[in-house]
Design a protein around this ligand. Sequence first.
Ligand SMILES: *[C@@H]1O[C@H](CO)[C@@H](O)[C@H](O)[C@H]1NC(C)=O
Ligand SMILES: *[C@@H]1O[C@H](CO)[C@@H](O)[C@H](O)[C@H]1NC(C)=O
Ligand SMILES: *[C@@H]1O[C@H](CO)[C@@H](O)[C@H](O)[C@H]1NC(C)=O
Ligand SMILES: *[C@@H]1O[C@H](CO)[C@@H](O)[C@H](O)[C@H]1NC(C)=O
Ligand SMILES: *[C@@H]1O[C@H](CO)[C@@H](O)[C@H](O)[C@H]1NC(C)=O
Ligand SMILES: *[C@@H]1O[C@H](CO)[C@@H](O)[C@H](O)[C@H]1NC(C)=O
Ligand SMILES: *[C@@H]1O[C@H](CO)[C@@H](O)[C@H](O)[C@H]1NC(C)=O
Ligand SMILES: *[C@@H]1O[C@H](CO)[C@@H](O)[C@H](O)[C@H]1NC(C)=O
Length: 893
Amino acid sequence: MQSRPSNSLRNMVPLHFRGVPRRSRLLAVAFFCACLIFLLPRTDLGVASTLGFFFFGPDFSGGYGSKASGVDILQFIDPLIGTTNGGHVFPGATLPYGMAKAVADTRSPGENAAGFVSDDAPIIGFSHLHDSGTGGAASLGNFPLFVHPGCPADDFAKCDYSVNTRGTDRVQGSAFASPGYFSVNMTNSVRAEMTTTEHTALYRFTFPGTETVNVTVSEDVAAEVPYSPLLLLDLVDLSNSRSAGRIQVYPESGRIVGDGAFAPSFGQGRYTAYFCADFRGAAIRNSGTFSTNVAKTEPKVLDSASGVPLGYGSTGAWLHFERPANDSLLARVGLSFISSEQACQNAEREVPDFSFGAVEDRARDIWREKLSVIEVDATGVSEELQTTFWSGLYRSLLSPQNYTGENQLWNSTEPYFDSFYCIWDSFRAQHPLLTIIDPEAQTQMVRALIDIYRHEEKLPDCRMSFSKGFTQGGSNADIVIADAFVKNLTENIDWKTAYEAVVSDAEEEPQQWGIHGRGNLESWHKLGWIPYDDHDTIGSGPMSRTISRGVEYAYDDFCIALLADGLGRPEDAAKYYRRGGNWVNYWNPDQRDVYRDEAGEVVQTSFAGFMQPRLLNGSFRYHNTRTCSPIYNTHACYFDTGYDTYEGSPWLYSFFVPQNMASLIKLMGGPKRFVERLTFFHTSGLSYMGNEQGFLPTYQFHHAGRPGLSSFWLHSYIPSLFNATVNGIPGNDDCAMGAFSAFAMMGFFPVAGQDVYLLTPPFFPEVRIRAKQEGKWAVIRIKNFDPAANAAGGRAGAIYIQSARLDGRRYSRNWISHDFFVTGGVLEFVVGERESSWGTRPDEVPPSYPTWEDKEEETNGRKEAEDAVPTLDRDIFDGGRGRGGDEGDDLRH
Ligand SMILES: *[C@@H]1O[C@H](CO)[C@@H](O)[C@H](O)[C@H]1NC(C)=O
Ligand SMILES: *[C@@H]1O[C@H](CO)[C@@H](O)[C@H](O)[C@H]1NC(C)=O
Ligand SMILES: *[C@@H]1O[C@H](CO)[C@@H](O)[C@H](O)[C@H]1NC(C)=O
Ligand SMILES: *[C@@H]1O[C@H](CO)[C@@H](O)[C@H](O)[C@H]1NC(C)=O
Ligand SMILES: *[C@@H]1O[C@H](CO)[C@@H](O)[C@H](O)[C@H]1NC(C)=O
Ligand SMILES: *[C@@H]1O[C@H](CO)[C@@H](O)[C@H](O)[C@H]1NC(C)=O
Ligand SMILES: *[C@@H]1O[C@H](CO)[C@@H](O)[C@H](O)[C@H]1NC(C)=O
Ligand SMILES: *[C@@H]1O[C@H](CO)[C@@H](O)[C@H](O)[C@H]1NC(C)=O
């Protein structure tokens, strides 16, 4: 998804300094490698293997990843990438798919969806549950801790408690993040560090140890306070959505337990979260509860259910400590979605001894192990690009979150994952990436999706915090399930129920199709399109997005056909293949691309034929082809804004026919015209890489026999839009942007739902991916890697594949199938500075699945006539307006 524009924070210049110098050591290694390249003879094994042998001697077993080479790839992961500029990345401490996600929360309205933002807003707390990269409201952020080094006049009642006033600036440039670890220094002298296990966050707060500390009270008044830390735990969440709640502090042990009911950030309903906090390092002087800024020693329990009033907003418990013996205080916060008891058990089991170092080391080991399935030879590749690559991979593993054993909605022996946020974003790159690098996790996620169907009537399209999120387009879990099926993820997946689930999406309209399933199914089945003026008698939902929902429903149906085919249901398959062709019903061959230029002149490009809305009676309705593109009325198209596309223009959606690019290319006037049109899409500003729909059009040149142009555009977008700076993601991450850049840099990209990966030269001399078959690797290598190619933005360097060999045999298709990642093999490219004939012939492009042969002939006949030289019709205003009401120039042809 795309986050709606927020406010001026977008334009803020971030301050960002990395905490640990790592450059010098790496530079030395890189220099050594560079020298060796020139000294060593080139063998058929390639430079990389030779280097490996030289570096590691006879023990070298073919790997040069983290362990073998002694270079720790965690050094190349900067979780702070994407923490400004709308990236909404969670940069805190967590494990892969971890439920516990600890970070400092900043008061950055509109930007702090994941808690922390690299800006200069005050820090309002340290909380333990978050989502990464999302485009909805600020998510989770429940039960923040906050620490004062002391209170004015040594009086706990004079400390600041409320989230509205306690905010304290960070020491600019002090935030540091690394997998499993986050730290930041506060201007009140407190240094906060955090690390996590699966369900527990562990914090270490360190104090300067001086008699007194100078602090800012109430965010503006300076005061000198005696050193005696006060810690508070607030029942508030990031979006201040709590209704019910309970908190209790035990005065002797200092344990604080509690819960709260909160609203999800992009969905319906409520969820309950529980915590159990314990502390070590200092003796307790006093304890109590607070509401806004009023703190008392009694009562020790606040409970919305017991009649003791529990204020809305900031309310919680506090502990006033003596000076910590070692000037540091440890806080262990166990989490659960089942009960406070389970939260305590989680904490006691996972962090029995409060050992910060041990928890941190374990987290780092888990990340290293998780990422060890990929190895790269980075000879000649800048540190920045390596950081872009590994950090993108890392972010792809932050969500969905593993809530197995913590499902508050139903008891099941199946895994439970949450934060599918949203599948509309993640089906395109993230889930296919997990299928390759972590098939066990992807299998568990598919099983979780099926279990959600079992218990909640439908597969989710968007889901967070045990709640149904809003459906942006189609029922795209159908694609995730088909993708898993065609790639043979079989382990314990109940395909019978999976099939039932996707058929339910296709056939049975739910009452509320804004939160799952599909709408307007009667017309979809009968007419083959969603009419603009449809009367939906079955269910209700935002009656907009008829084009974008239509092309997505068509692709979803096509994916169901693949599944039906594979499950031996030929009749169903035929039906869904046919519906998979419904996209063509939106194709208005007469629609021209007409717009008003900067001077106010009406201009028409030469491109004809666009996806357009249709009425019940079959007539096309006009929708400006550019509305909701970056260059025209960008933010007009959401659920509720009445337009026929969602977060994108008809220009964009006219390319969304992954099931049948061959027919689309014909409709667009043949490969040459198609390439001109797709090139115009990228050069004119119509393309937007900050949303996931931008991914596939970067690669669709492949289908027209021009794989080199896909490589060209990848090189012009990486690193210019995807890079290692703190604002280095073009839109909110969704755990998907990083998957895109990771795929692109490894040299292939999935057509999600199909067994197809489009090939381009990797950004490394060699990439190795551990294959599913024990001991095998899928290796992608450039024989004559050109380091200059990465830096030239596509303008120069050897970025074009000239020839390829797979396991030594000539390979001319510009795509590859999943068995490469199952059985392993060596795919070797020779690259050059000019496009070549490699992968250009009709039998070398990816497959298309024609499903509407008769219509095609009919349309072709019509198209012939369209090819007459277009004339600009200036009489195109009819004053009509979209349901969005503000379509301004309604440029029709
Ligand atoms: C943060 O605080 C620690 C001491 O608590 C200090 O060693 C470190 O240099 C500080 N870092 C920054 C960037 O201020
Ligand atoms: C606090 O500020 C006062 C006045 O600026 C100064 O004299 C004192 O040394 C400061 N104390 C600490 C602990 O920094
Ligand atoms: C203080 O540090 C010492 C040495 O590391 C350790 O043995 C002791 O347990 C610590 N004390 C507290 C209260 O954490
Ligand atoms: C799951 O089972 C436990 C133990 O029988 C029960 O206490 C709990 O209420 C059940 N949870 C749900 C959501 O049904
Ligand atoms: C998810 O959590 C469960 C329970 O802790 C665990 O068994 C499973 O391996 C986890 N899945 C992944 C992919 O880490
Ligand atoms: C369909 O309805 C629209 C709007 O009422 C009308 O302008 C158009 O002529 C109709 N088309 C057909 C084919 O009847
Ligand atoms: C990094 O990416 C961001 C976001 O796409 C972009 O705005 C910025 O210009 C890029 N920076 C560099 C140095 O290329
Ligand atoms: C999946 O399994 C089938 C049957 O074993 C096999 O024919 C097919 O090649 C496999 N596909 C992939 C992508 O591994």
